[in-house]
Design a protein. Structure first.
Length: 135
């Protein structure tokens, strides 16, 4: 998708995308098929055929891409809805998993394909536990 976003006005063949991304052609073809079914890319037949984004990169969220490739965004099956797990009646953490899935979904919806092409933001420092020395 980022390859297509870099060439938004162009129609690229699957082979051009495979070469630019250094992925195998069958893999690229499979991905493009899924993205096409999700109406994220348009396909054109013929000598000058190929693929391009169906919308501007700024209007395509990462969540849409993930859903097109993997299905609904959920950390656990029970996050998708009621009746997905025979343990849900007794499960004490189902609500927490649903909350985590919602946060993940919201985060992915907040980032566009265009955002992915921008320079990476500075990484936040992660607090690391200090080693305890034996005395």
């Amino acid at each position: 998708m980022t390859c297509l976003a870099e060439h938004e006005a162009d129609v690229l063949s699957a082979m051009q995308i495979a070469e630019a991304t250094r992925l195998e052609l069958p893999t690229v073809s499979k991905l493009l098929k899924s993205l096409g079914h999700a109406t994220l890319v348009e396909s054109f037949r013929g000598v000058n055929g190929g693929y391009r984004l169906a919308r501007e990169a700024a209007d395509i969220s990462l969540a849409e891409i993930v859903v097109a490739m993997e299905g609904p965004i959920a950390v656990t099956e029970c996050s998708l809805g009621v009746g997905q797990c025979d343990r849900e009646v007794r499960c004490s953490v189902r609500g927490s998993w649903q909350q985590i899935s919602t946060i993940l979904d919201d985060a992915l919806r907040a980032v566009s394909l265009a955002d992915m092409r921008k320079r990476s933001p500075p990484r936040r420092a992660v607090a690391r536990p200090t080693a305890v020395r034996a005395q």
